[in-house]
Design a protein around this ligand. Structure first.
Ligand SMILES: Cc1ncc(COP(=O)(O)O)c(C=O)c1O
Length: 388
């Protein structure tokens, strides 16, 4: 149950992380942008038919945005603040942006429209009517609900999307309102371990495409397959090449050679593996003289970037340098909030000789950490980040 760091990073790569980390006070995350570049290449090689819209929410650092801008990526943006951040790096035209959040204020839609953005996601009539008023003539795509919440480690599907019959009604209404009914989107859930989830979603999309064409004369042009591609955590997944192969096959089975524009919105799979979060052990204790498990308190927690440990959903591989006999431990953060327990049911094995002051290396933590960090809970500053 201990992590073999070299099954996640080559010795050279980890040595590079560590050499940099050794010069810094914990806690922080170090991100190797070269790994993001490699992940981007791998994704575009696997899906040559797709346009990539990076889901900025995963990590909006200018270093990452600039790299992906230069590689020709597009961007999935969730709020006007992300849009401002994206445009502040310069060199990105608004046709490379999609407003992917289905929950938004009319004035925010207007803000995007005024900045030149013309592609909007929706999943409800009220939002669609807002888009028609605030962003007239724009392209809209409707997000559908998908299955697969059980096999995704960080499910997204219940809150977003609507049933296919409602999606069809919305696309018809979009046309009536003077918008361009552009396509259908879905997100099978983040860190989706069952590739079959895409098969079911693509099949639903196919039905929508056909019915709208046959019954309403609406020819949709685009499928947005969202994110959901895997990072390397403790629970194993197939590799990205297998995802790409299988999902491309599903598309071909349903759409043949007459493929619409395909959009992907990866976040986690592009960024996570490139980050190593480094923390320090603050305290090790037992709750009684005879307690079997030790508690290891460290200087990061749920409020400093590791919120995806909620319900122990994401199990980050943890590396420590000490070796020797392992003991199952409970791992908790440094704040005065009892919700700040990271892993209690899933028992990590850490060496018995682990001591206060030792460092812990949390692997694959490049995505959904820096931005989730609280600004000042218990006075702790937000998680620091460095980009190699
Ligand atoms: C609309 C949308 N697209 C893409 C993503 C990125 O998903 P992932 O990190 O699983 O690649 C998210 C994640 O929340 C999302 O909400």
């Amino acid at each position: 149950m201990t992590t073999d760091v070299y099954s996640f990073y080559t010795p050279e790569r980890f040595a590079r992380f560590k050499a940099f980390a050794d010069t810094k006070e914990t806690p922080f995350v170090v991100i190797d942008t070269q790994m993001i570049d490699e992940a981007y290449r791998e994704l575009t090689k696997g899906f040559p038919i797709a346009d990539v819209f990076y889901a900025i929410k995963a990590n909006p650092a200018p270093e990452i945005l600039t790299l992906l801008r230069d590689r020709g990526a597009n961007f999935d943006v969730a709020s006007r603040y992300e849009l401002d951040k994206l445009f502040s790096i310069g060199g990105i035209s608004p046709d490379r942006v999609s407003y992917g959040n289905t929950i938004k204020k009319a004035k925010d839609v207007r803000y995007f429209y005024e900045k030149g953005v013309r592609m909007f996601a929706t999943d409800s009539e009220a939002d669609l009517r807002n888009i028609a008023k605030a962003a007239p003539g724009s392209r809209v795509y409707v997000r559908i609900l998908t299955e697969g919440t059980v096999t995704a480690d960080w499910p997204l599907s219940r809150k977003f999307g609507c049933r296919p019959d409602m999606a069809m009604d919305l696309l018809i209404l979009a046309k009536e309102l003077g918008l361009i009914p552009y396509g259908v989107s879905f997100h099978v859930g983040s860190q989706q371990r069952d590739i079959g989830a895409w098969d079911a979603a693509i099949a639903s999309v196919k039905v929508i495409f056909e019915r709208l064409k046959d019954e309403d004369g609406i020819q949709l042009e685009m499928i947005n397959m969202g994110g959901g591609f895997p990072a390397n955590y403790i629970a194993r997944t197939n590799d990205l090449a297998t995802y790409a192969e299988e999902i491309s096959r599903f598309l071909e089975e349903d759409f043949g050679t007459d493929l619409p524009r395909i959009i992907l919105e990866p976040g986690r799979s592009l960024i996570s593996n490139a980050g190593v979060l480094v923390s320090e052990v603050v305290l090790i204790s037992r709750k009684s003289h005879t307690a079997l498990n030790r508690w290891v308190f460290t200087d990061v927690g749920k409020f400093s970037g590791l919120i995806e440990t909620l319900d122990e959903a994401i199990k980050y591989p943890i590396h420590v340098e000490k070796q020797g006999e392992l003991e199952e431990v409970i791992i908790a953060g440094p704040t005065c909030d009892s919700a700040d327990i990271l892993y209690e049911h899933y028992k990590y094995g850490l060496p018995l000789n682990l001591a206060i002051g030792d460092r812990m290396y949390w692997l694959s933590t490049g995505a959904y950490t820096t931005t989730y960090s609280a600004v000042e809970f218990n006075g702790f500053p937000p998680l620091a980040s460095y980009y190699l």
